[in-house]
Design a binder for this molecule. Structure first.
Ligand SMILES: [Zn+2]
Length: 103
């Protein structure tokens, strides 16, 4: 049986690993946290009209900001964001903490 002390030490190690993974993920993402935050705000407003199950609002945002649309759409898909409402539902959750911490 692991002692209380040992459990606490392990918990800290896990936290550090998660933080390290997050840092790496942020470094490797093809869009800045600032732009990602703006994208989510934009989707929040534009999706009031409903989602047609394409990423057209996201594409319009990326294009108008001169971002790498193709790479970023692919990255969003990897996180379960295949259309505008899924990007907001599945991707925002993973990043909202980091966005509020870093912007
Ligand atoms: Zn949708």
């Amino acid at each position: 049986m692991a002692s209380k002390e040992e459990k606490r030490r392990r918990a800290v190690l896990v936290q550090m690993m998660v933080a390290e993974d997050t840092k790496k993920a942020i470094e490797e993402m093809p869009i800045s946290l600032a732009h990602l935050g703006q994208l989510f705000d934009y989707l929040d407003v534009e999706l009031e009209e409903g989602c047609d199950h394409t990423p057209k609002i996201t594409t319009a945002f990326l294009t108008s900001n001169n971002l790498n649309t193709e790479t970023i759409l692919h990255w969003l898909q990897e996180q379960g964001g295949f259309c505008d409402c899924e990007i907001l539902a599945n991707v925002e959750e993973s990043w909202e903490n980091e966005i509020s911490k870093n912007t």
